[in-house]
Design a protein around this ligand. Structure first.
Ligand code: SF4
Ligand code: SF4
Length: 161
């Protein structure tokens, strides 16, 4: 019987997470390489097979980063001043970076849909960051995402094979 992608992730994590972490260490150090073109191919392949609405683990567990343009766009959509949006929903770290103050995200609905989908932060749009930028430069981020995102896990697994 074919396992649901969340069940497969659960099963594979126990067996493979250490191997994949090591693989990503080697990607980072340049000992092993995978072209960004191949990474995009695996990204498209995996996302064609899964439905994020069955998961939403990123929205449930990881506070998304929010940029200045995100603040303006979302505040406008919610018809509140950016200052109020920031005060109500965001935290600022010591470097001045903003992120949502609460997980699960306050905009996540019961059916795993995002109530501000059209105007969601860029970091939500780009997550898990496997179809933009350099795979090698983001190897540490991908390591962290192995335990958050079944899609990122599956992409790295297929690149490792
Ligand atoms: S954690 Fe990954 S698979 Fe799950 S909803 Fe987020 S992007 Fe999709
Ligand atoms: S804004 Fe939407 S996509 Fe981003 S974390 Fe919240 S619910 Fe998820």
């Amino acid at each position: 019987m074919k396992l649901h992608f969340l069940e497969r992730w659960e099963r594979d994590q126990k067996e493979l997470v250490e191997k994949l972490e090591l693989f990503l260490d080697h990607i980072r150090s340049g000992k092993i390489s995978r072209s960004d073109h191949l990474v995009r191919q695996k990204h498209d392949e995996v996302f064609a097979e899964i439905d994020c609405l069955d998961c939403a683990n990123c929205c449930k567990t990881t506070p998304a980063l929010v940029t200045g343009p995100d603040v303006k766009r979302i505040a406008k959509y919610l018809k509140i001043p950016p200052r109020i949006f920031k005060k109500r929903y965001l935290l600022e770290d010591l470097n001045g970076e903003l992120s949502f103050r609460q997980v699960p995200c306050v905009f996540l609905e019961e059916d795993n849909k995002c109530s501000i989908y059209e105007v969601r932060p860029e970091s939500c749009r780009d997550y898990p960051h496997t179809d933009t930028g350099s795979f090698r430069k983001r190897a540490r981020l991908h390591q962290a995402n192995l335990s958050v995102c079944p899609a990122a896990f599956e992409i790295v697994k297929r690149l490792h094979q």
